[in-house]
Design a protein around this ligand. Structure first.
Ligand SMILES: [Fe+2]
Length: 300
């Protein structure tokens, strides 16, 4: 995965390594791991998950290894200071989709979908099932935060299952053994169940591992209903929305809103087939939807 227009990717330091051939390698691994659609999945045993973990391709395993070792509380705070002033670009939503589409990787152009096609496929699946227009729009934009890759961010700081930092890592997070290499594992204050947070403080007060979910939430938080914002912010928080972990940090509103995160998950996971949507034909409908909720230009 390399940005088309970046020259800084030619030499990779250890932390800039890009072990995934395609960003979708991570999502395809998730599809295998969560073979039953939410919201009523058959609970899998720890042993079954271990088996999926054994089957992970070396690139996917290496990706998680780096992600779990590097996502510390200090790293997350640094990334928030770096990106959340949203001072990099001004773009409308469609423009951001076209920008994300410039992300090229080792995918096969004959069979793999472009980033816009992926987004539209998710939105179209939600529209087909009769969800409200803001839900469809959320499907369209939910991965736009992956433009972080185009700002030169490594894969492990853009995608991957998310998890709270500043408190004990749950064994419900994929590859929990890789947290042994996270420096926060050696900080006793961060390794109690609540860590630096109060019990049931609510997830808004909790620092999540940094990536496309949190970044996009901040870019769009003034424009969409609360349900949509939960879907965007926590769509990769599998330990919570699929495994039920981290309840002790959630308040009642989080628990209520997580019904929407779970409702969204099948569209994120299972709508990514190989059938190409008619982007040009669908564009007028989606531009109308974008204009209903978003201003002409947003800060990124
Ligand atoms: Fe995503």
């Amino acid at each position: 995965m390399t940005p088309q227009d970046s020259s800084e990717m030619t030499s990779h330091s250890a932390i800039d390594r890009q072990p995934l051939e395609r960003l979708e390698d991570w999502e395809e691994f998730l599809q295998e791991r969560y073979a039953d659609p939410a919201p009523n999945p058959t609970p899998k045993s720890r042993e079954q998950f271990r088996n999926y973990e054994q089957l992970a391709r070396p690139g996917v395993r290496e990706f998680y290894r780096i992600n779990h070792a590097r996502q510390t509380l200090a790293f997350v705070q640094e990334k928030k200071r770096e990106f959340l002033p949203l001072r990099r670009r001004h773009m409308g939503i469609w423009e951001a989709m076209e920008y994300l589409n410039t992300l090229v990787d080792d995918s096969d152009p004959d069979t793999d979908l472009s980033q816009i096609e992926h987004l539209m496929q998710t939105a179209e699946a939600a529209r087909h099932d009769g969800h409200p227009d803001w839900f469809v729009l959320t499907g369209l934009i939910h991965d736009l935060g992956k433009i972080l890759c185009l700002f030169g961010e490594p894969q492990w700081a853009v995608v991957g299952d998310t998890f709270p930092v500043g408190c004990a890592f749950s064994p419900a997070v994929i590859f929990p053994e890789f947290f042994a290499d996270n420096p926060d594992s050696q900080v006793p204050e961060y390794q109690t169940p609540c860590g630096i947070y109060g019990a049931n403080c609510g997830l808004d007060a909790v620092h999540m591992s940094w990536g496309h979910d949190e970044y996009l939430y901040h870019a769009v938080k003034d424009y969409l209903p609360e349900e949509a914002l939960y879907m965007i912010r926590y769509h990769s928080f599998y330990a919570a929305h699929r495994e039920g972990a981290y309840q002790h940090l959630m308040h009642d509103r989080d628990r209520e809103m997580f019904a929407w995160v779970r409702a969204f998950n099948p569209y994120d996971l299972y709508s990514k087939g190989h059938q190409k949507p008619d982007v040009a034909g669908l564009r007028p409908y989606y531009e109308g939807l974008i204009n209903k909720y978003f201003p002409v230009s947003l800060s990124w």
